[in-house]
Design a protein around this ligand. Structure first.
Ligand SMILES: [Fe+2]
Ligand SMILES: [Fe+2]
Length: 327
């Protein structure tokens, strides 16, 4: 049974986690397994506290990843979300590990959001996860590179949402936006930008051939549906609505749903539009392979008048040749 690290559902039975995501002396509420010779062995039961000696023992045996049964996933997710601030502030944990924990956790969270997008609690959880990502991104470009390394480039709406949020925040930070509130609003809108797709069937979203006219009309409704969904919960700041409704708008007015051009499109939406298209092109779909980063950026530049030129130049510089080789 293959366990592929970096994908949210690792197997039909186990989820792989970082040892560093576990807080010392905390009750975990989920069973911990280790893997030996291909077998999963119960290491610590949910009711026992996790202590320093356990951690040391695992490290002494070169174990820095553990496994939890998938039916314990919800408990693990709650645990991580409850401890995410402490994890991010912990000087003992490597920044690259923090990026992995935040990314994996954000993916699981967005899966929940997409399953139940009008649940206010899920939207609040999204905000908390965006705040954690903002804290990381504000630490500088190395945090973005760490996130880039753990990103999943197989396309699912939930991985795409987290990637778009990460790229958007990194670009915003790169062009000098450092105000936490602004970054949180942008990040929340970016994370939830495709929430309206929950109203569209997977068959249409993953269709191999070209969409029919009526299917296309349906797909074009997702920005508006997304905005309706997040308005319904009435939790997030209205600034976050912009990227949700406008991420398919284009500078030259050729986008949808309203065909508004550069002047009327919010700055957050222009950022998310670039992150969205870049991620869509550089991830693998069921019907086509992923494009490499440079050709993807070139295609975006060639699509004259679609994207904000300056933002796209900044984004290209942010990705830079040295980072592009990681993709
Ligand atoms: Fe979209
Ligand atoms: Fe998207």
């Amino acid at each position: 049974m293959a366990v592929i690290y970096g994908e949210t559902v690792k197997t039909d039975e186990y989820l792989i986690i970082y040892l560093d995501s576990l807080r010392i002396n905390s009750v975990l509420n989920f069973d911990l397994y280790i893997k030996k010779a291909g077998e999963y062995i119960l290491y610590r039961s949910a009711r026992l506290p996790f202590e320093e000696k356990n951690r040391q023992n695992l490290l002494d045996n070169n174990i820095d990843r553990l496994y939890i049964p998938l039916d314990n996933r919800r408990n693990y997710q709650e645990y991580i979300e409850g401890n995410i601030r402490e994890i991010i502030e912990d000087p003992q944990i490597k920044e690259s590990t923090k990026a992995g924990i935040v990314y994996d956790s954000a993916k699981l969270l967005v899966k929940d959001v997409l399953n139940n997008p009008t649940l206010g609690e899920n939207i609040k959880r999204s905000q908390a996860m965006v705040e954690a990502t903002v804290t990381l991104i504000l630490r500088g470009q190395s945090a973005f590179h760490n996130l880039l390394r753990v990103m999943s480039f197989d396309y699912y709406t939930y991985t795409h949402s987290v990637n778009v949020c990460t790229f958007s925040l990194a670009l915003a930070r790169y062009i000098g936006i450092e105000n936490v509130r602004e970054l949180n609003d942008l990040g929340t809108g970016a994370l939830l930008h495709d929430v309206g797709k929950t109203k569209i069937s997977e068959t249409i979203l993953n269709k191999r051939g070209p969409l029919t006219k009526s299917e296309m009309q349906l797909v074009k409704k997702h920005p508006r549906w997304g905005c309706d969904i997040i308005k319904e919960t009435d939790i997030i700041n209205p600034e976050s609505y912009f990227p949700v409704i406008e991420h398919h708008e284009r500078e030259n007015g050729s986008g949808y749903p309203n065909g508004i051009g550069a002047d009327k499109t919010h700055a957050y939406s222009k950022i998310v539009a670039i992150a969205d298209v870049f991620d869509a092109m550089t991830t693998k779909r069921v019907y086509r392979d992923a494009m490499a980063a440079f050709p993807a950026l070139k295609t975006m530049f060639d699509d004259k008048g679609a994207f904000d030129k300056h933002l796209l130049e900044h984004f290209t510089r942010l990705m830079g040749p040295s980072k592009l080789s990681d993709l």
